[in-house]
Ligand binder design. Sequence first.
Ligand SMILES: [Zn+2]
Length: 208
Amino acid sequence: MFTLHVNLNMVELDNLDVKILTHMQENSRKSLQEIAKNCLTSVPTVKTRVDRLVELGIIRKFTIDIDNTKLGISEAILLVNAKPSAVSRIADELMGLEEVKELYVTPDSDAAIVSRVAGDMQRILAIQDRINLTDVNNIRVISVKSASRKDTTIPLSSSSITISCAYCDKKVTGDAVRKKFDEKNYFFCCSTCQGEFEKKYTKLLAKV
Ligand SMILES: [Zn+2]
């Protein structure tokens, strides 16, 4: 008696998906043309795959590394001190502004709203003229000199995507061997595992 190990929760990705993700993780600015060329496939194919990966939530976001200063874009931290009753209204108003990129509501009355803003500095400084200031005690804009962010790449190594060998359960690194059984894709770490799986699978089907 043996147990057939099948990871049914596995997201179905094939070798091409994995290759595309790897290229994008290396450099998210790579064009579809470049990726297509590297993966020996067509641009529309890459486009379809990328759209699907976004839809599946595997590619959570594209981060483009732009030197903001060259584009005249400034970044700043916006601190809003406001009456607790007004905080959610102000947060909503701020979220409606194009310059507001991230916003946190805190339990601290001195900085009830902390937000990362980016855009034209004149417009950032004029934010206080663009929102309803009722119950706002104070707004501060602290300009950012340099920013360090950790999450600038596609989280390929995160829990959102793991491909494990359907036979030995080892995490598949590099090129996965893909095989379709019963209209479902299975991935293997090597062709040996694929062969063993196939043998067991066939035997299992024969017993049924
Ligand atoms: Zn294996």
